[in-house]
Design a protein around this ligand. Structure first.
Ligand code: ADP
Length: 307
């Protein structure tokens, strides 16, 4: 494939959701994969989208790779680790409230950055690199450092490096490691796309402005702060704008609202260079995603015109 290349790096997991009568439905999802899915759905054919992760050599790993490929996402950068299996999570439902159980401590994805040469080649082959705080959280500390070094090289040569802090305290060994590593992720990136509720809860920001200024002070250049139904605030090269969320009649499932926003935003921004227009487009896509069940809503249901 020619054209430009979007690379997302992280962990896709097996998802088990309740299908009634004690039955479970199997799916595949994970923050950086969800964003790749929506970027693929929204980008034109001159872009390729690749997913870099590590899988095992079992049947489930094979099934996941086939699922990723069927979504039109490149799988050639996926590492396959002998004897390993993918991470897994289950969505529990109790009185309409969802909660999550995870089995990911020894998942294959933890080895995604264990081969520095492979990582370097992958990052060098891409024009846009996307990763998250979850990507960093699942890696052994020395592999996180390897990944961040590659990310910094990409930023230094002018590539668009995009980071969603996606703060998940349970994935980190300590608050200090989480704070330091996520800050380093942001410092190494061009565009940071945090969710305000996470930043307020875990990093103590008392306003969206505080989030924007903290990430700018670290060295990120552009910031998009998502704030659920209250819209997004953008700071692009110092210019600040606000874009409201779209009105949604019935919110069905907010899973991957932020991931879909990121994917749609990046697709539109990469095509047009207009961040405010991209945020409006992404608000429309995210509104449709929260109106449907599941993390991955089919392209046909996203209300995209044409391509
Ligand atoms: P995250 O999932 O990362 O916490 P947010 O909750 O901020 O992200 O949601 C991301 C985007 O999804 C918002 O900017 C908005 O466009 C859309 N969105 C989320 N919740 C709603 C809602 N209740 N109504 C309309 N749009 C929503």
């Amino acid at each position: 494939m020619s054209g430009r290349r979007f690379l997302s790096i992280g962990e896709c997991m097996v998802e088990l959701s309740q299908a009634g009568d004690g039955l479970l439905r199997k799916g595949f999802a994970g923050d950086t994969f969800n964003t790749a899915w929506y970027a693929r759905a929204c980008l034109g054919p001159d872009w390729s989208v690749d997913y870099l992760t590590a899988l095992g050599d079992d049947a489930l790993s094979e099934e996941m790779a086939a699922f990723i490929a069927r979504a039109g996402i490149g799988t050639s950068l996926i590492r396959h680790i002998k004897g390993k299996t993918p991470g897994l999570y289950m969505i529990n439902l109790k009185n309409g409230e969802r909660s999550f159980s995870y089995w990911r401590d020894s998942s294959a994805a933890r080895s995604l950055a264990a081969d520095p040469d492979h990582l370097r080649e992958a990052v060098e082959s891409a024009d846009v690199i996307y990763f998250s705080g979850i990507t960093l959280a699942i890696l052994p500390q020395e592999d996180a450092a390897t990944l961040l070094a590659e990310i910094r090289r990409a930023k230094a040569v002018g590539k668009l490096v995009v980071f969603d802090p996606n703060i998940r305290p349970r994935l980190w060994s300590s608050y200090d490691v989480m704070h330091a590593t996520i800050s380093e992720g942001a410092r190494s990136s061009v565009l940071v796309m945090p969710s305000f509720d996470d930043e307020a809860a875990h990093f103590g920001d008392d306003s969206i402005e505080a989030t924007i200024h903290r990430y700018l002070a670290l060295g990120a250049i552009n910031i998009v702060v998502k704030n659920g139904a209250d819209g997004v605030r953008l700071n692009f090269a110092g210019d600040e704008t606000f874009v409201p969320a779209e009105k949604v009649e019935t919110v069905v499932d907010t899973t991957s609202a932020g991931d879909s926003f990121n994917g749609a935003f990046l697709a539109s921004y990469l095509e047009s260079g207009d961040a405010t227009a991209a945020a409006r487009f992404a608000a429309g896509v995210a509104a449709r995603v929260v109106s449907e069940h599941g993390a991955l809503v089919a392209k046909e249901k996203l209300g995209l015109n044409g391509g």
